[in-house]
Design a protein around this ligand. Structure first.
Ligand SMILES: [Cu+2]
Length: 124
C-alpha cells in the first residue's frame, strides 16, 4: 500500500514538472507591436515597441529598421520595459520620412530560446 501511494505521488510530481516545463519551453512570439504591422502612421514614431508572449532578454534582442531604397535607419539600444519583461522598446533616432519601413526583429526569451521575424509599416 505504502509503495503504491508513493508511486502515485511520484507520478503526480512528474506530471506537474512536465506541465511546468512545457510552458517554460514556449518561445517568445510577437503578439503585437507599435507601429502595428501593415499600419500607416501619420507621425514618425519615436520608438518601435514590441510585445511578446514571453519575457525577453534585452541584451540579446534587437531590431534592424530598413526604410525606402533599403536605407538602414539608426536605432538605439533595445530596452526592456521596466514594468513588463515581455515588452521590448527600441528608440528610433531619426525622423522617418514618408515611405515603407521593414522591421526585422530577433529576441532571446528568458528561457534562452531565439525567435525572429519581420513585418512592414509605413509613414504617410
Ligand atoms: Cu522557448
Amino acid at each position: 500500500m505504502a509503495f503504491t501511494r508513493s508511486r502515485l505521488f511520484t507520478l503526480a510530481t512528474l506530471l506537474t514538472a512536465l506541465t511546468a516545463s512545457g510552458s517554460a519551453f514556449a518561445h517568445a512570439h510577437l503578439e503585437h507591436q507599435y507601429p502595428a504591422a501593415d499600419a500607416s502612421v501619420t507621425a514618425s514614431p519615436q520608438a518601435i515597441t514590441l510585445n511578446f508572449s514571453e519575457g525577453v532578454e534585452a541584451n540579446f534582442s534587437g531590431i534592424t529598421l530598413t526604410g525606402p531604397q533599403q536605407v538602414a535607419v539608426k536605432t538605439g539600444m533595445a530596452k526592456r520595459n521596466e514594468k513588463d519583461e515581455k515588452q521590448l522598446i527600441v528608440p528610433v533616432e531619426e525622423a522617418l520620412k514618408p515611405g515603407a519601413y521593414q522591421v526585422d526583429w530577433h529576441v532571446v526569451s528568458v528561457d534562452g530560446h531565439k525567435t525572429k521575424g519581420k513585418y512592414l509599416f509605413s509613414v504617410k
